[in-house]
Design a protein around this ligand. Structure first.
Ligand code: COA
Ligand code: AMP
Length: 628
């Protein structure tokens, strides 16, 4: 099969293409229309279809692979390994589903899952799918305030949590964070079910909190219910340009179809093979490629609790690949950079048999050519940089290994995946010629699986993605497409930053800094970092008469971001400046600040109020380059 032919086949008749892909899914009622452009802002896929994603991920495999591993939990933090066959994972999930129903959760109700990387978290997600409830997983590295914001938006009837997560050198107690979030939130879920892990004992508030094991004791296994293809499967909050995260909604039918298709066509991984996405269930990569996609196709998925380095060493990834005969590994470039830093010559890697590995996929941030070249050299497998985002739920551009392996161009995410018509536009929405940098946009309609809306915020969806360029979805990324049709994504054009593959909003951090009593105004920008790709730096202007107090202010600002956004923000640097560069209308010139901080040539905007400020800032601001 050639990539060109496959892409043409999709373009020739998208509805027929996705109808064929939908045959990989068990439907309890077949869709009546494959795509209806008239519903909502984007049109809807598979209207009239009824299915259950948990049935497709678990129960339907029982006839052929009941004893095969469905999930392998490998914790580098505790040394524990647990294997669940399809039969075991189905039984356990059905019981968790029974527990949810017993607690009053029904179809369409929201369930917040604030849990670490443990099998029960995967069961919880699948159990929601089983009963048609809508899960919203919140990443453990976010603080109580972030959790509260999500609780207030999703209005869950139940919250599932655990006593703790494990970070190198420390046990992160979740329950105090949950309790604080529930104090801060206006919406109060009726119940909170707590999984007690041996490393920390969570306190239980009588009448509200239940012990996970106790709640499960007499829970009856619950069957899969029929869910409409257009019903939400989950909400996943992601950072946008404002302080408030966006509730990305995934629909049920498009999600199942797109993910199953992607496993064979992009990842070239199928039934009985082992797929490992070294991410976290709190991110979209974890949703799609730890939980749903591998199970939808009858593969074995690895749930890894640990870090690429330090748990216990930089060979952890290779140990897991060897131990579980992983065929396909998916991680963020930052993880590879961390490993490379500690094992540049591959001495640790040599101690393991990684011959099962057939490909390494990288996403979450731009893969720099050095990282791609180093991993290809070490692992001797194709290293595939592929580009996507929470909103799409699956890759937009990739070297689709299951279609045809194209020649690699390190630094590019290769060609658009069938389903996506990627274009580069200028500021007025006009298409730009090959090799010209502009906004990366996707011509509508989007393929199945992409978010059709934001949770209870259709207007916000329109404003964020559709208003800029009529007829297109604006990805928020900048880049170009070259003469050979390869897509080069160079970074965000908005105030979203990518820190160690984690998507964060500078606006959110600015809100926190602005809340400090000494701060008159501030700007948070992303600056280059050798390990994490990018890290946030705060530039603060102090109120008259206030000073840095020998570094005390810096410590307070760092603590405030950690406390209110979370440790994952990795906010460690703030710099006091006299003034910030602004336009004549008062808008802070963040792009100019980014250029200054990265030591890049500065394009002085014609709208700047006072160009002299740039020299002032240049004199104070260190240059952050990739050498650190
Ligand atoms: N719960 C609580 N805290 C968490 C957390 C979680 N789930 N995840 C991260 N944190 C904390 C860390 O402990 C760290 O705290 P510290 O400031 O006290 O050290 C902080 O958040 C930053 O974490 P992280 O970004 O993981 O940085 P690190 O320095 O600990 O590790 C890497 C660096 C590169 C090893 C790590 O970022 C990594 O593995 N990145 C890969 C990311 C990834 O898989 N992204 C998913 C997209 S595919
Ligand atoms: P998230 O929604 O967390 O998956 O983050 C999505 C953002 O990460 C994208 O909009 C890009 O800015 C960035 N990103 C993800 N993958 C890549 C990639 N392969 N190349 C460049 N940027 C990427």
């Amino acid at each position: 099969m050639s990539y060109e032919a496959e892409y043409r086949r999709w373009r020739g008749d998208p509805a027929a293409y996705w109808q064929q892909a939908a045959a990989a899914i068990d439907w309890s009622s077949e869709p009546q229309t494959i795509f209806n452009p008239a519903t909502g802002a984007l049109g809807r896929w598979f209207e009239g279809g009824m299915l259950n994603t948990c049935h497709n991920a678990l129960d339907r495999h029982l006839a052929t692979r009941a004893e095969q591993d469905a999930l392998i939990y490998d914790s580098a933090m505790t040394g524990e390994i647990r294997r669940y066959s399809y039969a075991e994972l189905t039984d356990a999930t059905a019981r968790v589903a029974g527990m949810l129903v017993r607690q009053g959760v029904g179809a369409g109700d929201r369930v917040i899952i604030y849990m670490p990387m443990v099998p029960e978290a995967v069961m919880a997600m699948l159990a929601c799918a089983r009963i048609g409830a809508i899960h919203s997983v919140v990443f453990g590295g976010f603080a109580a305030r972030e959790l509260a914001i999500r609780i207030d938006d999703a209005k869950p009837s139940l919250l599932l949590t655990a006593s703790c997560g494990l970070e190198p050198g420390r046990v992160v107690e979740y329950k105090p964070l949950v309790d604080r979030a529930l104090e801060l939130a206006s919406h109060k879920p009726a119940r909170c079910v707590v999984l007690q892990r041996p490393m920390a004992q969570a306190s239980v508030i009588e009448g509200r909190d239940l012990d996970w094991e106790a709640a499960l004791v007499d829970a009856q296994p619950h069957a899969c219910v029929r869910v409409a293809a257009t019903d939400p499967a989950y909400i996943l909050y992601t950072s946008g340009t404002t302080g408030k995260p966006k509730g990305v909604v995934r629909d049920t039918g498009g999600h199942a179809v797109a993910l199953a298709w992607s496993m064979s066509h992009i990842y070239d991984t199928g039934p009985g093979e082992v797929f490992w996405a070294a991410s976290d269930i709190g991110w979209v990569v974890g949703h799609s490629y730890i939980v749903y996609a591998p199970l939808l196709v009858g593969a074995t998925t690895v749930l890894f609790e640990g870090k690429p380095v330090g748990t216990p060493d930089a060979a952890t990834f290779w140990r897991v690949v060897d131990r579980h005969r992983v065929k396909t590994l998916f991680t963020a470039p930052t993880a590879i950079r961390a490993i490379k830093r500690e094992d540049a010559a591959g001495a640790l890697l040599e101690q393991f048999d990684t011959s099962s590995l057939k490909a390494l996929f990288l996403a979450g941030e731009r893969a720099d050519p050095d990282t791609v070249a180093w991993s290809a050299d070490m692992l001797k497998v194709p290293v595939i940089d592929h580009w996507w985002q929470t909103e799409t739920g699956w890759p937009i551009a990739a070297n689709c290994l299951g279609i045809e392996q194209l020649p690699a161009k390190p630094g590019s995410a290769a060609r658009p995946v069938p389903g996506y018509d990627v274009r580069i536009l200028d500021e007025t929405g006009q298409p730009l010629p090959p090799g010209t940098t502009g906004a990366v946009a996707i011509r509508l309609p989007l393929p199945p699986g992409c978010a059709p809306t934001l949770w209870h915020n259709e207007e916000g969806y329109h404003a964020a993605y559709l208003a800029n360029f009529p007829g297109y979805y604006d990805t928020g990324d900048g880049g170009q497409i070259d003469e050979d049709g390869y897509v080069w994504v160079m970074g965000r054009t908005d105030d979203v930053i990518n820190v160690a593959g984690h998507r964060l909003s500078t606006g959110e951090m600015e809100e926190v800094l602005a809340g400090h009593g000494d701060v008159a105004e501030c700007a948070v920008i992303g600056v280059p970092d050798a390990l994490k790709g990018e890290v946030p730096v705060g530039l603060v202007v102090l109120k008259q008469g206030r000073g840095d107090r020998d570094g005390a202010l810096q410590a307070e600002l760092v603590a405030a971001v950690r406390d209110q956004v979370g440790p994952v923000a990795a906010f460690k640097i703030s710099i006091v400046v006299e003034r910030l560069p602004k336009t004549r209308s008062g808008k802070i010139l963040r792009k100019t600040l980014r250029q200054l901080a990265a030591g890049k040539p500065v394009q002085v905007p014609p709208t700047i109020d006072d160009p002299a400020i740039l020299d002032e800032i240049r004199a104070i601001l260190p240059v952050f380059d990739h050498a650190g």
